[in-house]
Design a protein. Structure first.
Length: 170
């Protein structure tokens, strides 16, 4: 996990251009597979559904309760053992319900699919450490593989799954 701390980005004349406070990033180059399902229906995904990718667990300690947190997930499914709707969900701390989720359809086999998911939390954030987590799964009984297929990592580790959390000053 890497972290960048920045106070203000400004032009030479002092005009503020951005209010980026900090960035925390987690990356997984490892191949991972899961078979636990997340239904593709009108229910919020729960922490008992899908497979966790703990390598992407990302902790940030916000500096001000009025600030905004932006969570960005890049998730390459490189294999799905059959045609399926694939779900990716973000969870915060020990919360049982996802705070954001998305779905994508895979034709199955070795067809690659990159899922991106963003979440924005504005104001009323705690200034204690908070952890964001990812769970993934299909709506049907198939094997989902991240960063690889046929039991091996693919693309030499240059197509990793990642989660980035940014704090923006209010």
């Amino acid at each position: 996990m890497s972290q960048i701390n920045v106070d203000t980005i400004a032009l030479a004349n002092g005009t503020e251009q951005a209010r980026l406070v900090q960035v925390v990033n987690s990356i997984s180059f490892a191949m991972a597979s899961g078979t636990t399902q997340i239904p593709n229906d009108d229910t919020i995904p729960t922490s008992s559904e899908g497979t966790a990718l703990a390598a992407l667990d990302t902790t940030i300690t916000p500096t001000n309760t009025a600030n905004t947190l932006i969570v960005m997930v890049n998730f390459p499914f490189l294999e799905c053992s059959g045609a399926a709707n694939l779900q990716v969900a973000i969870f915060q701390d020990s919360g049982a319900a996802a705070i954001a989720a998305t779905t994508a359809e895979s034709a199955g086999g070795t067809a690659g699919l990159c899922v991106q998911l963003n979440y924005i939390k504005e104001g009323s954030i705690e200034t204690s450490a908070t952890e964001f987590k990812i769970r993934y799964g299909a709506a049907s009984a198939v094997t989902n593989t991240i960063n690889g297929y046929n039991g091996a990592r693919k693309l030499g580790g240059v197509a990793p799954a990642s989660m980035t959390v940014m704090e923006i000053r209010a």
